[in-house]
Design a protein around this ligand. Structure first.
Ligand code: COA
Length: 143
């Protein structure tokens, strides 16, 4: 059975391995900001909130290849949104636009982006990656 929980210091190397194997950038991996998905003693998924000076970012979302398409990423996002109730941004590949839209994220562009995400998106595009930015502002939904 898969369990979602807050990470501990002991999960640090598993988080780094997941992120590296998935080909995501392995910087800023502060285990205190992570939720993990566990299959018994194995860490099979992770996601974190990165804190920038001008915004917070859902980041480092990975599920192990052996455990994909079972809804684990969806459970991680739902748990993260319960844990992190404020405004959130994320960068993702275009192919994941519909996945994140299910959780209330909408695509945004240009001046609306926190500076750090603008830079990261530009770097991704420089290397030919079709990266988009999305945001979820709970206060928008209540208007
Ligand atoms: C993206 C990722 C985290 C999804 O994990 P997962 O546990 O398989 O996701 P879920 O089972 O909750 O997916 C639910 C739905 O999201 C969509 N989805 C998930 N991965 C997708 C992908 N690679 N491409 C397109 N749609 C995808 C599908 O509609 C999927 O439904 P399905 O399983 O019936 O096909 C996983 O594929 C992964 O680790 N990829 C490598 C790292 C990465 O790209 N991370 C995202 C950084 S923003």
């Amino acid at each position: 059975m898969i369990q979602i929980r807050v990470a501990t210091a002991a999960d640090r190397s598993s988080i780094v391995s997941l992120v590296v194997w998935a080909g995501l950038v392995p910087t800023g991996l502060d285990w205190r900001r992570f939720l993990v998905a566990c299959d018994g003693e194995w860490i099979v998924g992770c996601v974190q909130v990165r804190v920038h000076h001008d915004g917070r970012e859902l980041s480092s979302m990975v599920v192990a290849q052996t455990h994909r398409h079972r809804g684990i990423a969806s459970r991680l996002v739902n748990a993260l949104l319960a844990w992190e109730v404020g405004d959130l941004y994320l960068l993702c590949a275009e192919r994941l636009r519909n996945f994140y839209a299910r959780f209330g994220f909408v695509e945004v562009d240009g001046a609306e982006l926190p500076e750090m995400l603008r830079r990261k998106r530009a770097a991704g595009r420089f290397f030919g990656l079709p990266v988009i930015c999305m945001r979820r502002f709970p206060s928008d939904a209540s208007r």
